[in-house]
Design a protein around this ligand. Sequence first.
Ligand code: ADP
Ligand code: MG
Length: 223
Amino acid sequence: MTDKAAIILDKVCKYYHRGSETVHAVQNVSLTINNGEYVAIVGHSGSGKTTLLNLMGCLDRPSKGDVSITGNRTANRSEKELTEIRKNSIGFIFQQFFLIPTLTVLQNVQLPALFAKNPQDKKAADYLQMVGLGKRLKHLPSQLSGGEMQRVAIARSLINDPPILLADEPTGNLDSHNAETIMNLFEKLNNQGKTIVVVTHNRDLVKRCSRAVHIEDGNIKEN
Ligand SMILES: Nc1ncnc2c1ncn2[C@@H]1O[C@H](COP(=O)(O)OP(=O)(O)O)[C@@H](O)[C@H]1O
Ligand SMILES: [Mg+2]
């Protein structure tokens, strides 16, 4: 059953070396995210949330243990294979949006599809319509509000139709109204079948998830 889970962390550790000091950012974490779940990751600043999310998204490799994505183990994979897994399975949404300032809204959303050699003008416009930005296609990111920029980032994360969305403090830079819009979008995407893992300090967002995972000093405390 669980071998086809969206994400499995199997005894995962991540150490960072800073000079002579070793930081144990994630310590022996085993965690399964099932298909269709909507999971919040909560914990204090510095507890290892971003590190955990980056490991789940294969943006980073564990120091020990293995990460499986949709049934595929990732230990011992080449960079190219990891990129392929990311492209096919995972959409990322970051607190700082990471939009390219010189590209239009439409081009920003098309970009991951271009990298996948799969440019899809129509789909990008459709996703922008879905997030309520159908009338902003030609705008530059600098002409948008924070909430709008985050919605562009969400549309971009969907363009290759990944089954899994990972979001690191997606409402952290937004006011409560814009945060509410983003939460409604996530709920809609989850109802459409996306598996979502979200790092957040937003209590309203945590309440709307199906499960909260607490992390403290790199350890999972409770589920
Ligand atoms: N690239 C890095 N190099 C060294 N230490 C890091 C690095 N990234 C994170 N850390 C350390 O790992 C711990 C967990 O960081 P992080 O995952 O960013 O926590 P959170 O997202 O919960 O604030 C912190 O002590 C942080 O200082
Ligand atoms: Mg963080």
